[in-house]
Design a binder for this molecule. Structure first.
Ligand SMILES: CCCCCCCCCCCCCCCCCCCCCCCC(=O)SCCNC(=O)CCNC(=O)[C@H](O)C(C)(C)COP(=O)(O)OP(=O)(O)OC[C@H]1O[C@@H](n2cnc3c(N)ncnc32)[C@H](O)[C@@H]1OP(=O)(O)O
Ligand SMILES: NC(=O)C1=CN([C@@H]2O[C@H](COP(=O)(O)OP(=O)(O)OC[C@H]3O[C@@H](n4cnc5c(N)ncnc54)[C@H](OP(=O)(O)O)[C@@H]3O)[C@@H](O)[C@H]2O)C=CC1
Length: 515
C-alpha cells in the first residue's frame, strides 16, 4: 500500500487554480489514488457565462476524469466548489464558506496564478503576490492545517544562471510594492515597471519571485514547501499519455508549426529544452504534501522539478521529433507544409520572418481580397510573431537547477511510493514523449479526428507541389530579369546551355556507338 496515497485518505484538501492545467491533473490523481479522501475544496470563479457548478461538471465530464469515475463513482460529491475571486478582498468568499474552510482544511495546494507574460504589474502582483499573502493569512487561522504547498516556477530566478533550492531575496520588498500599487496610478506603474523588474524577462517571472518572498516572510509557524517546475508539458503516463488543455508554453508553438504558420524561430538549438510532464509535477506535489505534513521540516524547503540536469533534451532534438511526428500524423488543413528553421542570429531571424511569415501572409490576404473575403492572415501572423518573441528568452538560454531536495525526497519514498508517485525523469524517453505530446495536441486541443489523417496527407502533398512550383516560377522570373540586365549573367547562361548541349550530344553519340 502506498504511504503517500494512504496519507490523503480522510483529508480535506484545498486547491486554488483547480480549473487550470496543473490543478485538473492534481485533482485527477488525488481522486484516483486516494478515493477515500474526505473532500476537495476548490476556489472557483464563474467564467465565460458558466456557473461554478457548470465549470466543475465540464471538468469531470472530460476524458481526463474517465478513470476517476470508475475508481471513485461519487467524485461529484467529494468536490466542493467555493465561489472565490482571488483578486478581491478576502477572495469574496462568503462567511459560511470561510468558516468551513478555516475549520476543516488539512492541506493546501496553491496553484492559482496569472501566467501571462504581458499582464499588468497591478494585476500580476494582486494575484501572484497579494493573494498568496492573503491565503497564508487564512492558513494561519486553520487549526487542522498540516501543510501548505505553494507552486512557483523554476524561472522565478531566471536572471541567474545557476539556481539553488533556496528563496532568493528580491531587490524591492514585496510589501513596499503592494503598498505603492495601492496609490500609484496605472500610467506611473507602466513607467516604473521596467525599472522594478530589472533583469527579469517579464512581469510573470518577477511576480512569482515576489510571491516566494512573501511565502518566506509570512510563513509564521506553518509547514510550507515551495515547488518550482520548469516548462510544464503534456502528461507522460497518467492517466494516459499526451493530455494537454491550453495553448501556453510549447503547445501554441506546436500548433503554429503543425498548421504551417510558423516555419522559423529564433532559438539556440543546443539550449536545453527544460520541459517537464505535468503528471511528474503532480506526483512530486503529492509526495511533498505528505513529507511536509509528516516530517514538518524546520524551514521552508524548495523543490525543483526540472528535466535538464537528469535527462536533458535540447530544442533541436525536440524540433526534429515534432516534425517527424507531423509526417506521420499531420494536423488538418495546414496553411503551409510544416518546417522548422532554428536560428540564433537576429538578422537571419528577421529575414525568415519577412520571407517565411510576413510575405506568405500578405500574399494570402491578397488572395482573400481578390476572392471577396476579409483579409485576416497578416493580423494573425503579427500576433503569433509577438507571442513567439515573448517566448524567445526561454529558448535561447540554458539554466542549471540543483535538485538536492527533490532527490532527498525520492530517497525517502518507499519503492511502492516511488512507483505510484514517480517523479524520476531519468526514465523519460523523449522521442516517445514528444510523439505522444504532438498527438495529444491534435486530439485534445485541436479536437481533430484521426480519421482525417489520409486527407491531411493529401493536402500536404498538394502544398509541397505548390511550394516547388512557386519556387521554380520565382527562380525563373529572377533569372530572366537578371539576364535582361547583366552581360555577365547572359555569359553564364550561354555557358551552361552550351555545356548541357555538348554533354547531351556526347551522351547520345556514345549510346549510338554501343548499339
Ligand atoms: C519553426 C519553429 C520551430 C518549432 C519546432 C517544433 C516545436 C518544438 C517545440 C517547442 C518549441 C519551442 C517553444 C517553447 C517555448 C516555451 C517557453 C516557455 C516559457 C516558460 C516560462 C516559464 C513557465 C511558466 O512558469 S508558466 C507558463 C508559461 N506561460 C505562458 O506560456 C503564457 C504565455 N502567453 C502569454 O503570455 C500570452 O498568451 C501572450 C502575451 C503570449 C499573447 O497574448 P495575447 O493578448 O496576444 O492573446 P492570447 O489570446 O493569449 O493569444 C494570442 C494569439 O497567440 C496565440 N498563442 C498564445 N500563446 C501561444 C503560444 N505559446 N504559442 C503560439 N501561439 C500562441 C493564440 O492562439 C492567439 O492566436 P489567435 O489566432 O490570434 O487567437
Ligand atoms: N504551465 C506551466 O508551464 C507552468 C506553471 N507553473 C505554475 O503552476 C501554477 C499553475 O499553472 P497552470 O495550471 O499552468 O496555469 P493556468 O493558467 O492553466 O491556471 C491558472 C489557474 O488560476 C486560476 N485563477 C486565475 N486568476 C484567478 C482569480 N482571480 N480567482 C480565482 N482563480 C484564479 C485560474 O482560474 P480560471 O480557470 O477561472 O481562470 C486557473 O484555475 C501557477 O502557479 C504557475 O505559475 C510553473 C511553471 C510552469
Amino acid at each position: 500500500m502506498s504511504t503517500v496515497a494512504a496519507f490523503y485518505g480522510g483529508k480535506s484538501i484545498l486547491i486554488t487554480g483547480a480549473t487550470g492545467f496543473l490543478g485538473k491533473v492534481l485533482m485527477e490523481k488525488l481522486f484516483r489514488t486516494s478515493p477515500d479522501l474526505k473532500v476537495i475544496y476548490i476556489l472557483v470563479r464563474p467564467k465565460a457565462g458558466q456557473t461554478l457548478q457548470q465549470r466543475v461538471f465540464q471538468i469531470l465530464d472530460s476524458k481526463l476524469f474517465e478513470k476517476v469515475k470508475e475508481v471513485c463513482p461519487n467524485v461529484h460529491e467529494k468536490i466542493r466548489a467555493i465561489y472565490a475571486d482571488l483578486n478581491q478582498n478576502d477572495f469574496a468568499i462568503s462567511k459560511e464558506d470561510m468558516q468551513e474552510l478555516l475549520s476543516c482544511t488539512n492541506i493546501i495546494f496553491h496553484c492559482a496564478a496569472t501566467v501571462r507574460f504581458d499582464d499588468t504589474l497591478r494585476h500580476a502582483v494582486q494575484l501572484n503576490v497579494t493573494a498568496t499573502r492573503q491565503l497564508l493569512l487564512m492558513a494561519s487561522q486553520m487549526p487542522k492545517l498540516e501543510a501548505f504547498i505553494h507552486i512557483s516556477t523554476a524561472y522565478s530566478n531566471c536572471n541567474l544562471k545557476h539556481i539553488d533550492e533556496v528563496i532568493y531575496p528580491c531587490p524591492v520588498e514585496p510589501k513596499k510594492i503592494i503598498d505603492s500599487l495601492e496609490w500609484l496610478d496605472d500610467a506611473i506603474i507602466d513607467e516604473i515597471t521596467p525599472k522594478l523588474i530589472r533583469d527579469w524577462p517579464n512581469i510573470y517571472t518577477y511576480t512569482k519571485a515576489l510571491g516566494e518572498m512573501v511565502v518566506q516572510q509570512e510563513s509564521r509557524n506553518l509547514s510550507i514547501a515551495i515547488i518550482r517546475p520548469s516548462i510544464v508539458g503534456a502528461t507522460w503516463q497518467e492517466p494516459f499519455p499526451g493530455w494537454v488543455d491550453n495553448i501556453n508554453g510549447p503547445n501554441g508553438i506546436i500548433i503554429a508549426t503543425g498548421k504551417g504558420f510558423l516555419r522559423a524561430i529564433k532559438a539556440t538549438p543546443m539550449a536545453v529544452a527544460d520541459v517537464i510532464p505535468v503528471d511528474t509535477v503532480v506526483n512530486l506535489m503529492l509526495a511533498v504534501g505528505w513529507y511536509t505534513a509528516v516530517h514538518r521540516p524546520k524551514s521552508t524547503l524548495v523543490y525543483h522539478i526540472t528535466s535538464g540536469n537528469m535527462n536533458p533534451c535540447n530544442w533541436h532534438k525536440m524540433g526534429v521529433q515534432v516534425l517527424a511526428t507531423f509526417e506521420k500524423i499531420p494536423f488538418e488543413r495546414p496553411f503551409r507544409r510544416p518546417n522548422a528553421n532554428f536560428t540564433s542570429n537576429s538578422f537571419t531571424s528577421q529575414y525568415w520572418n519577412a520571407v517565411s511569415h510576413r510575405a506568405p501572409a500578405i500574399i494570402y490576404d491578397c488572395y482573400l481580397r481578390l476572392t471577396g473575403r476579409k483579409p485576416r492572415m497578416t493580423k494573425l501572423m503579427n500576433r503569433l510573431l509577438r507571442t513567439v518573441s515573448m517566448l524567445e528568452y526561454f529558448i535561447n538560454r540554458s539554466w542549471e537547477w540543483s535538485t538536492y531536495n527533490t532527490e532527498m525526497l525520492m530517497s525517502e519514498l518507499s519503492p511502492e511510493d516511488q512507483r505510484v508517485f514517480n517523479f524520476d525523469v531519468r526514465q523519460l524517453n523523449w522521442l516517445e514523449y514528444i510523439e505522444n505530446y504532438v498527438l495529444g495536441v491534435k486530439k485534445y486541443l485541436l479536437k481533430e479526428d484521426m480519421a482525417g489523417i489520409p486527407e491531411a496527407k493529401q493536402r500536404l502533398k498538394r502544398l509541397r507541389n505548390i511550394h516547388y512550383l512557386f519556387n521554380t516560377a520565382l527562380f525563373l522570373i529572377a533569372w530572366r530579369l537578371l539576364i535582361a540586365r547583366s552581360q555577365m549573367a547572359r555569359n553564364v547562361w550561354f555557358f551552361i546551355v552550351s555545356f548541357c548541349y555538348k554533354f547531351l550530344s556526347y551522351f547520345r553519340a556514345s549510346s549510338t556507338l554501343k548499339v
